[in-house]
Design a protein around this ligand. Structure first.
Ligand SMILES: [Zn+2]
Length: 197
């Protein structure tokens, strides 16, 4: 990264005062046209801080107090509606966005509710509403939520817990870099916040 793009990236850092002199000495139009601002696009590694709320303002998930989220852009690592909003954003950008269920975890589907007998379950734990159980399905293991208990039957809800939920995001783009060839071929980020192999 050249020094001018560092100025752009570190506007708030201690380097600003010394870099300002650099800008004044090099303020010809020719120099300005060489400034390249990196934008979020496919195969960039993006570091985000985020808070996710539902329509009622309840916090569902946040990076606050934890490590930020690091992901490889453009390969389906995030929900589609959020990746679309992030496309073209730059380091230092902060924004709020609302993602509809169709562009997030999908709408709730009635056919994903299954009524099954209690006797089909193993284990001693008493079943309670809202409890999550792991199932073996023809498509592999799945997580279901117990949404109703009536007599000897329980209703299992195989919808994603956030299906049907409008997602309200507060996003800050903390960092941005090119993915390495290895990361692109693996389809995920390596190093801090990513896969350690
Ligand atoms: Zn890998």
């Amino acid at each position: 990264m050249d020094s001018l793009s560092r100025i752009h990236d570190n506007e708030k850092s201690n380097e600003v005062s010394s870099n300002k002199n650099l800008v004044l000495r090099n303020n010809s139009p020719k120099f300005a046209t060489q400034l390249i601002i990196m934008k979020i696009q496919t195969n960039k590694v993006v570091t985000l801080n985020y808070t996710l709320k539902n329509s009622e303002g309840e916090v569902l998930d946040t990076s606050e107090g934890r490590d930020p989220l690091v992901y490889l852009h453009g390969v389906g690592g995030l929900i589609p509606g959020l990746e679309a909003e992030l496309e073209g954003k730059e380091k230092g950008n902060s924004f709020n966005t609302v993602v509809a269920p169709e562009d997030a975890y999908g709408v709730r589907r009635e056919e994903l509710l299954h009524v099954v007998p209690k006797s089909g379950f193993q284990g001693d734990e008493e079943m309670q509403l809202g409890m999550q159980v792991q199932l073996e399905t023809e498509q592999g293991p799945a997580i279901a939520t117990i949404s109703e208990i009536e007599g000897d039957n329980v209703t299992l809800d195989l919808n994603h817990p956030l299906a049907g939920t409008e997602l309200h995001f507060e996003i800050s783009v903390m960092d941005l870099r090119d993915a390495t060839d290895d990361e692109i071929s693996h389809g995920h980020v390596h190093g801090p916040g990513g896969h350690q192999h």
